[in-house]
Design a protein. Structure first.
Lengths: 314, 443
């Protein structure tokens, strides 16, 4: 017997099996390992997607016994010419823009502060990240109480600082305030997430770079704009991507808070889609709606990821 | 499909004629599904009698109201086997009947001598029949319910308030004789200081997400002249009925009531929020389904003599109220058809129905509600009887959700969000419903 360990293992393998394994090419072995994942991906993601696209050209209703009829592009035409759909798209776009704007702004500021060494740093970090550990449904529910004009803490705080009568305005009942009410809650809940990502970015910057800048007599302001911001930017963009995707499919929090109202002011596309699919049971119509949203998100995300990669390459 | 229908029919026939008039033959288990609310707890207690008589073990699946429709309709649509018996909402009857989710009970009723004439006619139409007005029964009326009003009788009887009200409106403060008077009363109490606390007029249904505002606004719409369509041909002729001048006036009335007579922040209120507002002494009037009345009567803060009850007041076009309540049906997928039929048979007995009402249920059986002494047995019984005599219900078509959701949206947009006019809201609703019926091939 050879003293080489690999030879010893090969000898220990039964002859029939050793022959079979030895007979597989590297590519075959790779397929062997990747195969189950691909099958799973096809079954769970690709097949439903193709099936959804197929259903989107029919008038199928999942709760009916009757067969579906192919109706061509009629579902797409109806969705794209429906003012309610555009209204929910607009509500979603506004929600996305403002939540990301505030979360990035506040999240980065918090991360910048937390990154400084001070006593109780870890405790404050833990306290700040608490909201994102809660269930969105629970958050939505208790914020409805906080927003109550008569008993809600939020209105009293506003009254305390501004003198506006707390019972004179309703955050979730007023058309002009309701969109802000969901932005505030989402920002409260998810700013810590952005903060954590920014914190990771800030802590990845070596101190030596700042020391070199100090030697070059660069001011703190200049260090911030020419070192900190560019080096954290890829992390920030990643946070924006995550929050963008998450908020595009926002559902539970808003349903608990406003139910999509008043009227349809806070009816986001996910709420609209859910109503079409699982309340009206217009499966074909909802499939077309889902395809439109998928193409939108996929297209925007692809453009964004390309931009992100360019920033990382710089 | 044919084979399964044949099997179901065979099972139904065998069960109908094989029970030998006794529930004692069934010895297995049954699952009854309903909403999670007080009457469901009463039904658990009542069903112990059935368990004792039949030996059948009862289990229950109760889902909170906000999720009840989603959960149970998904169960039916996916041909689930969770429920043997389902106390489903009245609006589901069309879809459940046409999609084969419920068992048709005519043969069973005939064989067992269960007559729909024994039940309040409106509940038979609302909870059991499909198509409406035809003698095809898919449920046994199980829980009679209707929208009505509670009011703070103790506040209404305060001499200083009575005098001030009479001086302002020229008539006595009391149970409103019309919707206009109801609005006067709500406005009178709005923002008023009572016992050092600011109170408001009325808690009304405004909820956006499920069916709340529709269940509320119809109480104004019906009484001002709204119709679901031409009674002779409802699917074909909606224009001029849904958006008639009367309907527009009714919708404007509801908005006016919301704007001037409801608590701030009540923009998304339904049953639970209205109960809370009333019991906490925030409002003088409360719109709600009658199922809450026993709980209000027993409440330590507002119960007893402090509360009065009345049916939805009339408007210019008559007096109607929104029907609530449910019938009990057998889910076609049940694997215990015999046991399910035995339960229905047991539940349809007069003495069981009487006990059901005593325990906190609301029987729709005429022998119970027309019994001497029933009207005076509880302070709310007369209002319940008055209300059940004037009920109207929303569409119960298989596509009811496609009709309900646009109504929620259009009405909420106008009443709560203040967008557009009442005429525009109802014109838009006509368009939505026309599209819905066209999708269904009904136009």
């Amino acid at each position: 017997m050879s003293g080489n360990p690999i030879d010893r293992i090969a000898t220990a393998t039964p002859a029939v099996m050793a022959k079979r394994v030895r007979g597989l090419s590297d590519r075959a072995i790779a397929w062997l390992f990747v195969g189950p994942s691909i099958v799973l991906l096809l079954a769970v993601n690709i097949f439903p997607l193709i099936w959804t696209i197929n259903l989107s050209f029919t008038n199928f209703r999942a709760n009916r016994l009757r067969d579906a009829e192919y109706i061509g592009l009629r579902n797409y035409e109806r969705i794209l010419t429906d003012t309610d759909t555009w209204q929910s798209m607009q509500a979603t776009a506004n929600f996305l823009f403002w939540t990301i704007f505030f979360q990035v702004l506040i999240g980065f500021a918090l991360a910048y502060l937390i990154n400084k060494k001070f006593k109780g740093n870890d405790l404050w970090t833990t306290i700040i990240v608490l909201p994102m550990m809660l269930s969105p449904a629970v958050v939505g529910n208790f914020w409805t109480f906080l927003y109550q004009p008569q008993i809600g803490l939020f209105n009293y705080v506003v009254e305390f600082f501004t003198g506006i009568d707390s019972s004179s305005f309703s955050m979730i009942g007023d058309v002009s305030l309701a969109p802000w009410s969901i932005v505030i809650v989402d920002t409260w809940m998810w700013t810590p997430f952005v903060m954590l990502i920014c914190l990771a970015g800030l802590r990845s910057i070596p101190d030596s770079i700042y020391e070199a800048a100090e030697c070059d007599r660069a001011s703190k302001w200049r260090q911030f704009w020419t070192l900190t911001v560019p080096m954290v930017l890829p992390f920030l963009m990643l946070a924006v991507l995550f929050r963008g995707i998450e908020n595009f499919k926002m559902f539970d929090l808003v349903v608990q808070l406003t139910g999509g109202g008043p009227g349809s002011i806070t009816t986001l596309t996910s709420i609209d889609l859910k109503r079409e699919a699982f309340e009206k049971w217009r499966t074909g119509y909802a499939s077309a709606y889902a395809v439109i949203l998928f193409v939108t998100v996929f297209g925007l995300a692809s453009i964004y990821v390309k931009a992100l990669n360019k920033v990382k390459e710089r | 499909m044919k084979a399964s229908k044949l099997l179901m029919a065979t099972a139904l026939t065998a069960a109908t004629f094989g029970m030998a008039g006794s529930a004692s033959a069934a010895t297995d288990s049954l699952t009854l599904c309903w909403a999670a609310w007080d009457p469901a707890n009463a039904l658990v207690e009542l069903s112990k009698d059935f368990e004792a008589e039949s030996g059948t073990e009862m289990s229950f699946e109760f889902v909170p109201w906000p999720n009840f429709a989603d959960r149970m309709l998904n169960e039916l649509n996916s041909n689930g086997t969770l429920c043997d018996l389902l106390i489903g909402d009245s609006q589901w009857i069309g879809g459940a009947a046409e999609n084969g989710n419920y068992v048709k009970l005519n043969d069973f009723f005939d064989a067992e001598g269960i007559s729909m004439d024994d039940f309040i006619p409106a509940t038979v139409t609302g909870y059991a029949e499909w198509p409406k007005g035809s003698p095809n029964y898919w449920a046994l009326p199980a829980y009679a319910d209707v929208v009505g009003w509670t009011y703070r009788k103790d506040w209404f009887e305060r001499p200083e308030l009575m005098a001030e009200f009479k001086g302002k409106y020229g008539y006595d403060l009391g149970v409103p004789e019309s919707l206009e008077q109801l609005k006067d009363i709500a406005e009178f109490f709005q923002g008023r200081e009572i016992d050092g606390k600011t109170v408001y007029g009325a808690a009304i249904y405004t909820e956006r997400g499920s069916e709340g505002i529709t269940m509320g606004v119809t109480n104004a719409l019906y009484n001002y002249g709204f119709e679901y369509g031409n009674p002779e041909n409802p699917y074909a002729e909606l224009d001029g009925y849904v958006n008639s001048a009367g309907a527009v006036a009714g919708l404007e009335y509801y908005k006016d009531l919301y704007d001037n007579g409801t608590p701030p922040g009540s923009s998304n209120w339904y049953m639970g929020e209205n109960i809370d507002a009333y019991k906490s002494g925030q409002v003088a009037l409360q719109m709600n389904f009658a199922f809450i009345w026993p709980g209000v009567n027993a409440d330590p803060n507002v119960g007893g003599d402090r509360t009065g009850y009345f049916a939805n007041p009339p408007g210019p076009a008559g007096q109607f109220a929104q029907l609530g309540g449910q019938g009990i049906s057998i889910v076609a997928n049940t694997d215990n058809m015999e046991g399910a039929l035995a339960y229905i048979k047991w539940f349809a007995q007069g003495d069981v129905q009487a006990k059901w009402t005593e325990m906190g249920g609301a029987s729709a059986m005429r022998s119970v509600v027309e019994a001497p002494g029933f009207a005076d047995a509880q302070p709310y019984n007369q209002a319940f009887l008055d209300s059940m005599a004037i009920v109207k219900d929303f569409w119960a078509e298989p596509s009811y959700a496609s009709l309900l959701l646009p109504m929620q949206s259009r009405i909420h947009n106008y009443v709560i969000a203040g967008q557009g006019t009442a005429q525009e809201a109802l014109d838009g609703l006509v368009e939505d419903w026309v599209e819905g019926f066209e999708d269904e091939g009904l136009r």
